[in-house]
Design a protein around this ligand. Structure first.
Ligand code: AMP
Length: 187
């Protein structure tokens, strides 16, 4: 199964992606995690990505697309994958199509986890305390939400048109949301 998982910051996307990918026995590919690993290791890619991440902005498409093309060419994606946080722009949607046409493997489903904005801000501020992520200050959180609404939310219309979109309510316990996701994906 080839799946894309979308959702506004704080909707629980990363947590759910890890659980669902494990359950379905497919690799969990998080562009945010790959960027953070590169920032941590101080690579050239990390230095470039950090400039944008710290402000709540998206890393440029050219950088992100090349990284994903490279990752999807790895042999462990042969039986499927769960993409977490990619695509996030219309240009990335086009690039993902090109990559998947090249591999001969179209997407099966695109899942958007939906969430209530104020609840999400509270969740993110709590995560900031626990994990100390540099992009989890209130100002940056609000900017990330704006960027999601402006640049990423419009992607749902594209995938709805293709008949691939599923929307799942992200409110409630982690276990409840996982159960909703797995049942929506198996339907
Ligand atoms: P995430 O862990 O998915 O919330 O991603 C953290 C940050 O990494 C985002 O706020 C962006 O700055 C950057 N990022 C992750 N995925 C993408 C993407 N597909 N396009 C551009 N920037 C991204």
């Amino acid at each position: 199964m080839r799946i894309v998982l979308m959702g506004p910051p704080g909707a629980g996307k990363g947590t759910q992606a890890a659980v669902v990918a494990k359950e379905l026995n497919i690799p969990h590919i998080s562009t945010g995690e790959i960027f953070r690993a590169n920032v941590g290791a101080g690579t050239e890619l990390g230095v470039e990505a950090k400039k944008y991440m710290d402000k709540g902005e998206y890393v440029p498409d050219s950088v992100t697309n090349a990284m994903v093309a490279d990752r999807l060419a790895q042999p462990d994606t042969e039986n499927g994958f769960l993409l977490d946080g990619y695509p996030r722009t219309l240009e990335q949607v086009g690039e993902l199509d090109v990559i998947l046409v090249g591999l001969g493997t179209p997407l099966d489903k695109v899942v958007e986890i939906t969430a209530n904005t104020e609840e999400v801000i509270a969740r993110l501020l709590n995560r900031a305390k626990l994990e100390g992520r540099a992009d989890d200050t209130e100002e940056v959180i609000r900017r990330r939400m704006e960027v999601y609404a402006e640049q990423t939310e419009p992607l749902t219309a594209v995938y709805r048109e293709e008949g691939k979109l599923i929307q799942v309510d992200g409110m409630g316990s982690v276990e409840d949301v996982t159960a909703r996701l797995l049942s929506a994906l198996s339907a």
